[in-house]
Design a protein around this ligand. Structure first.
Ligand code: MN
Length: 134
């Protein structure tokens, strides 16, 4: 038996990138040989990302709770455990928890040649967040 101990502290999501309280656990970090980055992201009720894009796209895979996501110009969509969402490269979007449930997803992407994972924009307003899911 071999146990690999969990050694990296949970980080709070920066307020420039998120509304509400979000915690991030690193799962995989880019290295010289690999651009893969993976995180487990924990959203408290009402918490969500700001609008943003990813240079090479992103997959999120919901593991707990009930969440919401939206691409610019599309309806708000409800996402549940086992659902996965791919956001195209440069597709503007946000993701987060519903107002009354926690939501956790794995986030998987490839950083660009400079190590950037995302470009961040405006926060998702309460009006945008409160739209009835499509
Ligand atoms: Mn994203």
């Amino acid at each position: 038996m071999r146990i690999t101990r969990n050694a990296i502290a949970t980080m709070a999501g920066p307020s420039a990138w998120f509304t509400g309280t979000v915690y991030i656990d690193p799962v995989a970090a880019p290295s010289a040989a690999s651009r893969v980055q993976a995180s487990s992201v924990h959203f408290t009720p009402g918490a969500r990302t700001a609008w943003h894009t990813h240079p090479n796209g992103q997959t999120i895979y919901v593991t707990e709770g009930v969440g919401l996501c939206q691409r610019r110009g599309g309806p708000v969509e409800v996402i549940r455990p086992g659902d996965r969402v791919f956001f195209e490269p440069a597709e503007e979007h946000w993701h987060g928890a519903t107002a009354d449930r926690f939501m956790t997803h794995l986030a998987l992407l490839e950083v660009d040649a400079d190590g950037n994972s995302a470009t961040w924009g405006a926060h998702v307003s309460d009006e945008e967040y409160g739209q009835q899911p499509g």
